[in-house]
Design a protein. Sequence first.
Length: 481
Amino acid sequence: MSTITFSGLATGLDTDSIVEGLMAVENAAVESLEKDQEYEALKLKAYKEFDDKLEAFRTAVSDLNLTNEVRLTKTKLNSEDTISASSDGAQLGSYDISVVQLAQVQKDIGAGFSSSTESVLGSGSITIGGEVITIGSDNNSLQGLMESINALSGETGVTATLLNDGSDSENYHLVFSGVDASSSFEISSSLVDSSGYAVDFTTTRVRDAQQAIAYVDGLEVVGNSNTLSGVISGVTLNLNEVSEIVTAATDDEPAEYATTTLTIEADTDTLKEKITTFVSAYNGIMEWISSAYDEDQFDVDSTTDTDDPDDDDESDEDTTTLAYILRGDSSINSIKRSLQSTLSSASNNSGSLQILSQIGLSTQYDGTLYMNSSKVDEALSENFEDVVKLFAGDGTVDGVMKELNTYMLEVTSSADGIYATKSDSYDEKMEDLDDQITRKEYLLEKVEERIRAQFSAMELLVSELNSIGDYLTQTFKSSSS
C-alpha cells in the first residue's frame, strides 16, 4: 500500500523537493551504470561494423581461393551454327569439332481412342520395357495408364504423354518416349473389353533412338543426349545441328564433315574484376581502422546511440564510422598485423610469380593496397597460368589466398570469430550491469523510504513542539489576564 505524505505541513519545508534532490545524488551510481550499458552497446555496434568489413573481404578472398575460381576461361567459336559451348575452369586450348549425328529418343504413338478419361482399355496387362502393368478399374483410361507408366519410368526408361490430334473421333493417343537416346523398348498388350474381345492397342514407331556422334580433333565421341559434358575437361558442348558434309562417303571412306573451331581462352576481364573487388574489400578494412584516428569521424552524439548492433540500416547515408570507439583495440590491431603479414608472404609455387607485388599489388604507407592496373593487365595477358598458381596454388603448394582464406574463416566464424566472442562478452557484461542496477535501485528505494520516514518524524516532532508552544502561549496569556 502506498504511503500518503503531507510535505512540510508543520515546518513549511518543501520536503518532496529536498528528497528528490538527495535521491538525485544517490542515483548517480545507477546513471553511471546505465552509461556503461550504453557504451558497451556502442562498442558492440562498432565491432559489428568491423565484422561487416571482414565479411566482405572474406567473400572476396574466397572468390580467389580455388583454382576453378581463378582459372576463369571462356569459349570462342568461329561459327555457332552447329554447336555452342561453355567453360567452367577449362584449360586453355583449341579444338576442331564436327557433328555427325544428333541424339534422339525412341518415340512410339498408340492407337486412337475417343476419350482420355473413360474406361476404354478394359482389363488385362501391358508390357513396356520388360515391366508388366496390370490394367484395372483405377488405370483403364488413357489418363490412368499414362500415370502408371510414368510412375515406372525409372525402371522402364519410358515416359508417356497424351496427344489430341483434333479429329472428331479416336483423337486421343498415348505417345511413348524413351528417357534418353540409350533407351530402346517394345510394347505389347493383352487387353480385352467386357465382352472378351481384344482391345486395339497397337503402336507405331515414329522415331528410333540414336546416340549423338561428334568428332573432337578427329576422335569419335558419343552421348545419350545433345549435351556433352566431360569430353573436354571443364567444357560443356551443346550439339545443335549436323555439320555440313564436305566430302561425301564412298565405299572405302566415310563422309568428311566441316569442323567448327572451339578456342578456350583466359577470361581476364572477369578475373581482374575479382582482383579489384579483393583490393577494395581489403582497403575497406584498413580505412575503417585508420578512421579511428580521424577526428573528423568522431561524433560525440553517437555515444547515445544504442540501437541493436545487428540491425542494418541501409537508408543511413552517414559515412561516420564507430571505429574511434575501438581506437587501439588489441584484437583489431592483431587482425591488421596478421592480414599485412599474410599478404606479404610468398607462395613457393612452381610458377614464376611468388608475391602479389609481382602482378601490381603493393602495400602503401597507410596500410592500404595499391593496384597498378596496367601491371595487372600485363600479368593476366602474358602470364595467366602463373597468376592462377600465385592465387590458388599449383596442386602441391598452396597459393597466397589459401592461408588468407583459412584465417578469414577463423576471424569471421559465427562460433568464435571476433564479433562472436565480443557479442558473448557483451551479453555477459550487460547481464552483470543489469544485476548491479537492480540491486542499486532496490537499495535506493530503501534509502528514499528511510529519508522520507526521517522527514515525517521531523514533521511530527515539529508539529508536537508547535502544539506545546501554542499551549504555553495560551497559558501565559491566561495568567497575565
